[in-house]
Structures are given as C-alpha cells and as structure tokens.
Ligand binder design. Structure first.
Ligand code: DHB
Length: 301
C-alpha cells in the first residue's frame, strides 16, 4: 500500500504538499479552503511586527513560465494576524511565516505564532527585494546563525528557514541553519528579477525589482535541494515551480521530505494538490515506492 504520509522532523503530515507562503494564505478562510483542497499544511503569508501596506501597483506581472512580483511584504502585523490564525488553526496544520530585521524581531514574532497555535515557524530569510529584510539578512551565514539560535531559544515549536537561491554560498547558509539548531530548511524562495516595459522605457514594477516564481525556476530549485542534501542532515522542504506530480517527484528525489506549491495555485487552480496527490500515488504504486521517505534523495548515488 502506498502512503503519502511524511515527516519533517517531529511534524507529521498526512499529505506531502504544503501551500507556499504568499498565495491563498493571507486570510483564515483562504487557508481553510486550501486545507480542504488537499494541502497537507499551509504556510502563512509572511507577517512582521507592524502592519505594512506593501508596494504601490504595479506589483505583480505574468511572464513566460511564471510570475514576477514585488508585493512589498504586505500584512496586517502580528497583532491582528491572530484573527486569521484563530480561523485556520482548528482546521489544519499552519506554519507561521515571519520576517524581521534581526534576531530580536524574529524571536518576538515566533513567540506570537507559537501562542496562536502554529505547528512550526518558517523564517523568511529570502525575500529578494525588501530593504533590510529577507535575502539581505539571509545571505550572511553569521546573521542566519544568530537569528535561528535566537528563535530556537524563544520557542519550542520547530523552526524552518526559507533560503534564497540568490547566493553562491547556499551550502554555508544551510549549514548555519543546521548548526544553530534549525529543524528544517525550505528551498527555494523567488529569484531576483526585473521586467522592463518597452513602451514606457522603465521597469514595469513600482519597486523595479521583484521575485520570479513558477515553472521557470523549478530546475534551479531542484539543483538547490540536491546541493543542500549533500551537506545537511536536517530535513529539506522543496519549493519552486511545482505544478505536477512529476515536479514534486523531482524535488523528493533530490532530497526533499515534503514540498510546497505556490504559483501553480494560480496557474493550475486550487485543485493542484488533489491532482499532485493522485499522480504521486499512481507513480509510487507503479514504480514500487511505498512511502515518501522511500523516494527521498534517491537521485543521489
Ligand atoms: C515578496 C516576498 C517574498 O518572500 C518573495 O519571494 C516575493 C515577494 C513580497 O511580499 O514582496
């Protein structure tokens, strides 16, 4: 019998697909809808200490193979986000994504997410275009170590770190997470990108730069997970361009114990998790894999 159950350290999921931060996870009802659509868990949109309006429009555009966005981390702030968590937490496993400028911000936010009933926190160390946040703190291994250590001391729920592909020292950053006691790494966040509108002769997005997501980034993500698996012992959650069961299988074979889907909720629809679950089960049945753990990392020799 094939089982889609999986473990990310101490967290058990009935199904291996998780909603990635940033899409259908800004509100309690949207998170509930995704749990009911076959997701094994949902990661919230990243939340900070204070309410944040985000960037002016245009902040989102479609490109070949994906989307480029610079929303600007819009969120109601951790205080108000309790209302959304109160709706979502009774219905499924919710991972609280948080962003901050350093160890103190992240620790405070993680403590609140734990109080709200999050099953884990995901540290956004990887937004590609936020001044003083995201990738700016997440590409310095010493800073990453300090943030993860501080959060580990502040909470007892598992701590996941979402990493950026916009670096040549991904392995060092992953090691910093592991050395600091991090429970898992999540790879990858979006690739720093730009779209120029020829008619206006200017970058299209109000923020000029944004993050590329969707099918175009999948081979980068698979490579990143493969590289991380060669140096890390902690679990990896794969994310980036997954639309079908084949994409999910690639990430699992590269070394992921679970995977996240973001852009494909837009391009395929909210039934993307149900489709991936069906396809994965059939593939595993046919090719003799009895569990996700059985398939994890098989691409390494
Ligand atoms: C935003 C945040 C991200 O982490 C990302 O990858 C892309 C966009 C944002 O809110 O702007």
């Amino acid at each position: 019998m094939v089982s889609l159950k999986t473990e990310i350290g101490s967290i058990s999921l009935e199904r291996p697909g998780i909603v990635a931060s940033g899409i259908m996870d800004e509100t309690g009802p949207s998170m509930v809808r995704m749990i009911e659509s076959g997701a094994g868990a949902v990661v919230t949109k990243s939340v900070g200490l204070e309410p944040n309006a985000g960037h002016a429009n245009p902040c989102f555009t479609e490109v070949s193979g994906g989307y480029v966005n610079a929303m600007g981390l819009p969120n109601p702030g951790i205080e108000l986000f309790k209302e959304e968590m109160d709706v979502a937490v009774p219905k499924g496993k919710i991972v609280g994504s948080i962003y901050g400028a350093g160890p103190e911000d992240f620790s405070k936010l993680a403590g609140r997410m734990e109080d709200y009933g999050a099953c884990a926190v995901e540290l956004n160390l990887s937004c590609p275009h936020a001044k003083g946040y995201g990738m700016e703190v997440g590409t310095d291994p010493a800073m990453v170590k300090a943030i993860v250590s501080a959060v580990k001391s502040a909470v007892s729920i598992p701590v996941w770190a979402k990493l950026t592909p916009n670096t040549h020292i991904l392995g060092d950053i992953g090691m910093a997470v592991q050395d600091a006691g991090g429970d898992a790494v999540v790879a990858i966040n979006t690739l720093k990108a730009m779209v120029i509108c020829p008619e206006i002769g200017r970058p299209l997005l109000s923020n000029k730069f944004g993050g590329l997501s969707g099918a175009a980034v999948k081979p980068v993500g698979v490579r990143a997970v493969y590289d991380l698996r060669t140096v890390l012992d902690i679990p990896i959650v794969g994310v980036g361009g997954i639309e079908t069961w084949r994409d999910a299988a690639e990430y699992i074979m590269a070394g992921a114990s679970a995977f996240q889907v973001g852009s494909a909720i837009g391009t395929v629809g909210t039934d993307v998790f149900a489709r991936i679950n069906d396809g994965l089960s059939s593939f595993m049945e046919e090719y003799g894999y009895s569990s996700i753990a059985d398939m994890t990392g098989v691409a390494h020799d």
